[in-house]
Design a protein around this ligand. Structure first.
Ligand SMILES: C[S@@+](CC[C@H](N)C(=O)[O-])C[C@H]1O[C@@H](n2cnc3c(N)ncnc32)[C@H](O)[C@@H]1O
Length: 276
């Protein structure tokens, strides 16, 4: 199926088939106030019942079938899972590599939007991680069988048995989309995720552009610079694009990054990453 000459996004096809309890999503009129992404909220009506939901209350969002896609993808025009997966595919093609060779650790996996895009490009082995149980439940509900395993865990403090399980998978690719910063995945957890990827491997992630600026004090910019400086990673693609619009209709620009992991991360980098 095509939409203005483009492929219909995978999430839209799924929405068309789903039974949605969402009657309305109303974005507030804020009279000049521009909340940061972690403070955005909306009013929803679910089977006749109105309620207010903060965007970063993922546990509540995921419990309501189709709400995540209807809010972020339909209403706020998010495109990041396909943008990041598409960029990874392009770079891999330049390297003469196939997506079917990837064993992907999808961090901040949510209900499987990114896993879905990767699977559509031929990735067969996917493991998800998220910090909330509701994300795993939503992935099982919305995309059953997509992930061969899905851990609910905190990457800043992974229990030994889970770390063993993860390392045994020998991941050669990390995906992390729409999940870094803003009170979501902190820099320490991201560093741990990079550490869990084998060498050589791939990293495919996105991040709001200010986290990569000189003025960033979250730690993401300095970690990525240090990894590049020490040639632990080599950035292959760096693409600025509109991730979605904000509640006030402004474009939110992110950067999609595809990097090669060239060598293992020395212990001191992980030990010295500051909590954001
Ligand atoms: C905006 S959603 C993105 C989900 C998915 N990657 C996508 O693109 O649709 C951010 C996800 O990151 C998860 N998250 C937030 N903090 C986390 C953490 N410290 N560790 C793992 N996941 C986290 C949230 O629970 C949520 O599912």
């Amino acid at each position: 199926m095509t939409l203005l000459g483009q492929e219909t996004p995978r999430w839209r096809s799924r929405l068309e088939e789903a039974d949605s309890p969402v009657d309305e999503i109303n974005i507030p009129k804020l009279d000049g106030y521009c909340p940061t992404q972690d403070h955005e909220w909306c009013e929803v009506v679910i089977e006749g019942q109105p309620r207010r939901i903060r965007f970063h209350n993922y546990a509540e969002l995921y419990k309501i079938p189709t709400l995540y896609e209807e809010l972020f993808y339909e209403k706020l025009k998010c495109c990041s899972p396909s943008r990041v997966a598409g960029l990874l595919e392009d770079v891999m093609t330049d390297f003469g590599q196939e997506a079917s060779d990837l064993c992907v650790l999808d961090v901040g996996a949510g209900n499987g939007m990114v896993g879905d895009e990767l699977a559509a490009r031929g990735v067969r082995q996917l493991v998800g991680i998220d910090i909330v149980q509701e994300a795993r439940d939503a992935a099982d509900r919305d995309r059953p069988g997509l992930y061969e395993d899905y851990l609910v865990t905190d990457l800043t403090n992974v229990p030994e048995n889970e770390e063993e399980l993860l390392r045994a998978k020998k991941f050669n690719c990390l995906s992390c989309v729409a999940a870094l910063g803003f009170g979501d995945i902190p820099v320490k957890a991201f560093a741990k995720a990079v550490d869990l990827i084998e060498t050589p491997g791939w990293l495919a992630f996105n991040i709001e552009e200010s986290f990569l600026s000189e003025r960033d004090d979250s730690g993401f910019c300095s970690l990525i610079r240090e990894l590049s400086r020490q040639e632990i990673i080599q950035i292959q693609a760096y693409r600025r694009y509109q991730h979605r619009i904000s509640v006030t209709g402004e474009p939110l620009h992110y950067v999609a990054v595809i990097a090669r992991k060239l060598r293992d991360m020395p212990d001191d980098i992980l030990a010295n990453v500051d909590e954001a």
